[in-house]
Design a protein around this ligand. Structure first.
Ligand SMILES: *[C@@H]1O[C@H](CO)[C@@H](O)[C@H](O)[C@H]1NC(C)=O
Length: 303
């Protein structure tokens, strides 16, 4: 009943539209034949040729631009979608498809229980690299303010800084004023979240190194700082890829989320290498930092 009505309405709509367009067409045709009697076919041909030629030129130009764009796309994307720092200038940043290891039960070296092997694996990612120096003329572009902590002129000047990505990896707590002087001792919390996992905590707490040398109250703040920095980074670069599902268990197939998915990743190792090569010296003289100058902001509390 409903279907019949729908079909009728639909047909009627079609008909009236069809008629309308027919009328329009015949109108144009009649006026055409009246006003422009047999406009030369030659000029029509000419226009067609011209049109096709410009199409070819446009296609050629498009292909050429496309090939150039392809070469420069990684550079463009890195420049467009990341905060500037000298790394972007010095490192040839490329994007490559990487398959994540999202295994549930097969643990890779980064997931091992507390101990020297897993510590070494994380260390190899550059999580405990020392700060680098950002030259004065790169500072503003890199988001550093003129009155932030500087290296004394006699040691070359510039701004001490840490690469965000490595900070996120090692979750370093940067107390600013003592970044360099006590750098290796109390302030660095290499992969603090991992070390604070309930099954790792006792091991690292007993070792009492890095963040674990602080009171439990401060340690707690360090841990939640790390968690929240990583939250913000994940939100900032929110991954719009999708996780499909796979079947497992041949005798009783069950759906399971496929965590081993593909991602477009920056060439981490080249960037890590830059951070390794640009580390400030291990032993920092006591007057390495330039003291705050007149007018420099000095916060009342740790920001
Ligand atoms: C993930 O890592 C584990 C441990 O190294 C390995 O056994 C497994 O095959 C890896 N899975 C994928 C999908 O690469």
């Amino acid at each position: 009943m409903y279907g019949d009505w729908y079909r009728k309405e639909y047909k009627a709509g079609q008909n009236s539209q069809g008629e309308q367009s027919e009328t329009l067409l015949s109108d144009t045709e009649s006026s055409d034949s009246r006003q422009k009697p047999r406009r030369s076919t030659i000029s029509r041909c000419g226009i067609t040729v011209l049109f096709l030629a410009s199409l070819c030129v446009a296609a050629g130009l498009g292909a050429w631009l496309g090939s150039r764009w392809h070469i420069g796309a990684d550079h463009f994307c890195a420049a467009h979608a990341s905060q500037y720092s000298p790394i972007r200038k010095d490192v040839d940043i490329t994007y490559n498809v990487i398959r994540f290891n999202g295994s549930l039960l097969k643990e890779n070296v980064y997931r091992q229980d507390a101990g020297p092997d897993v510590d070494a694996a994380w260390a190899s990612l550059g999580v405990d690299y020392r700060s680098v120096m950002i030259p004065v003329d790169e500072a503003a572009k890199s988001g550093l303010l003129a009155d932030q902590v500087k290296i004394a002129d006699k040691y070359g000047g510039g701004f001490p800084a840490n690469m965000e990505g490595l900070h996120q990896l090692h979750c370093l707590v940067n107390n600013g004023h003592s970044l360099l002087t006590t750098f290796a001792d109390k302030i660095v919390d290499q992969n603090l979240l991992r070390k604070s996992l309930y099954y790792n905590f006792d091991h690292y707490h007993a070792l009492g190194e890095g963040a674990f040398s602080n009171s439990d109250h401060i340690l707690r703040h360090h841990v939640s700082h790390c968690l929240d920095i990583i939250r913000q980074q994940l939100m900032c670069t929110i991954d719009t890829g999708v996780l499909g599902q796979v079947w497992w268990n041949p005798s009783w197939p069950e759906a399971y989320v496929d965590f081993n998915t593909q991602h477009k990743c920056k060439n981490f190792d080249a960037i890590r290498q830059w951070a390794e090569n640009h580390q400030l010296p291990k032993d920092i003289p006591f007057d390495f930092l330039q003291p705050p100058q007149e007018g420099d902001t000095i916060y009342e509390h740790i920001p």
